[in-house]
Ligand binder design. Structure first.
Ligand SMILES: [Zn+2]
Length: 82
């Protein structure tokens, strides 16, 4: 398994001392003119829950520049917690 951009961004921010996160924006696709809706993978969702509150927002930029928003709790309602 490799590491996704979401975990790279969080890991880098945390290593730089950032501890507060308001939202994440994700987009993907074959080109900027051909966006596909995408969301963080399950591993990234779990990883993020360890650093954010349940109302943390994730915005997905999709086709025709439509933005859909979710909370981390929407995407991972039963996260693993210690
Ligand atoms: Zn991921």
């Amino acid at each position: 398994m490799s590491i996704c951009a979401e975990r790279v961004a969080f890991t880098k921010a945390i290593s730089e001392g950032e501890t507060s996160f308001d939202y994440l924006v994700v987009c993907g696709g074959k080109s900027i003119d051909s966006l596909d809706s995408c969301l963080p993978c399950g591993y990234c969702r779990q990883f993020m829950t360890e650093f954010v509150k349940d109302d943390f927002k994730i915005y997905s930029l999709g086709p025709n520049n439509v933005i859909t928003s979710y909370t981390i709790k929407d995407l991972l309602p039963h996260n693993f917690s210690l």
